[in-house]
Structure formats: C-alpha cells, structure tokens
Design a protein around this ligand. Structure first.
Ligand SMILES: Cc1cc2nc3c(=O)[nH]c(=O)nc-3n(C[C@H](O)[C@H](O)[C@H](O)COP(=O)(O)O)c2cc1C
Length: 168
C-alpha cells in the first residue's frame, strides 16, 4: 500500500497536522506541500491519498481543491484546520463540503479530521483596523475566540489526528 499525504498551508498549521498523520500511517508513504506538486510523481500511482486543507471562506482552500479534483475513484482521507471551533456548525459544513467534493469523483472518504488553527495575526490586525462587522468584528467575544485559536494546533490536536489516521 502506498499513501500520499498532500497538504496546503499558508502559515504552517495544516503542515503540523500533516506531519503528525504522516507519522502514524503504515506502508510506503510520502508527504508533500501542494506548492511542490511539480515534484510529486503521478497521483494515480498512490493507493490512498490524504488531503490536508486550511479553511478559506467556509471551504477548503483553492490550492488543495485543484489537486483534489484530479483524484478519482480512490480511498482517501481529509483533514483541515480552521479558525472556528471544530464543534461548530461552520466546521461541520466545511467537512461536509470537502467530503462531497471528493465523493463527486467516486472517491471513498474513509477518515476525516478537523481542528482549530491560529488565524494569521496580519489578517486579524486588518479586521481590527478596518472595523469589520459581524463575525470578523473585534468584539470581546471574537477577540477571545481568536486568542483561543492562536493556541492551536496543539499537542492534543496532533494526538487526536494521529488516533483517527493510525494505520490508514
Ligand atoms: C483568507 C483567509 C480566510 C479564512 N477563512 C476562514 C473561514 O472561513 N473559517 C474559519 O474558521 N477560518 C478561516 N480562516 C482561518 C484559517 O483557516 C486557519 O487559521 C488555518 O488554521 C490556517 O491554516 P494554515 O496555517 O495551514 O495556513 C481563514 C484564514 C485566511 C487567511
């Protein structure tokens, strides 16, 4: 069995989880950042593929989606990181979208995981400066959530991801 872990990251959160998962999968394996896709052998040659995405406006980021849409009829896994709480409706919807997107091409999504990831401080500063409203407003409640997200992914998140993908 050969397995590819392919992930996309802007600030490194998703890479952390990808590396944790890579540690616990069995058989012949390879890990790669989507930016290095030109160095990856053909995707078809892998028996299984695990996709790692960061949530961008309620969906997997575009870079990983470009790779996802090339994969057909495989056994796959998907994991993501996002700023919101992993138990939130928002997180659940993101996971569902990703699952549907992969299943559209006949892939079987066998394992899934999502956890929080620190939001880029530059983006948060922008929200504060612009005086965003709603979900992105610098309210005490949102500031608290952003500060909580800033602690992730942590050791516990990595362990939880490992538990889900162990032996995949
Ligand atoms: C442009 C942009 C859009 C984002 N959109 C969302 C979103 O819709 N929902 C959410 O929960 N987090 C969102 N985030 C937060 C990221 O998903 C989160 O910080 C993630 O862990 C980043 O992963 P990375 O470090 O691998 O790039 C967004 C971040 C950026 C920069």
């Amino acid at each position: 069995m050969s397995t590819l872990v392919i992930y996309s990251t802007l600030t490194g959160n998703t890479r952390k989880i990808a590396e944790a998962i890579y540690e616990v999968i069995s058989g012949e394996k390879k890990i790669a950042d989507v930016k290095d896709i030109i160095n990856i052998d053909k995707l078809e040659k892998y028996d299984k593929i695990i996709f790692g995405y960061w949530v961008d406006k309620g969906d997997a980021d575009e870079r990983i989606k470009k790779i996802m849409e090339k994969v057909k009829n495989k056994t796959v896994g998907a994991f993501g990181t996002l700023g919101a709480e992993p138990e939130s409706e928002h997180a659940k919807k993101c996971m569902e979208k990703v699952k549907e997107f992969l299943e559209k091409n006949g892939n079987k999504v066998e394992r899934e995981f999502i956890c929080r990831g620190a939001i880029d401080p530059k983006l948060l500063d922008k929200f504060r400066k612009i005086g965003m409203s709603g979900h992105h407003a610098s309210t005490p409640e949102n500031e608290r959530r952003w500060a909580e997200a800033a602690k992730h992914p942590d050791e516990n998140d990595c362990e939880n991801a490992k538990k889900i993908f162990k032996g995949f």
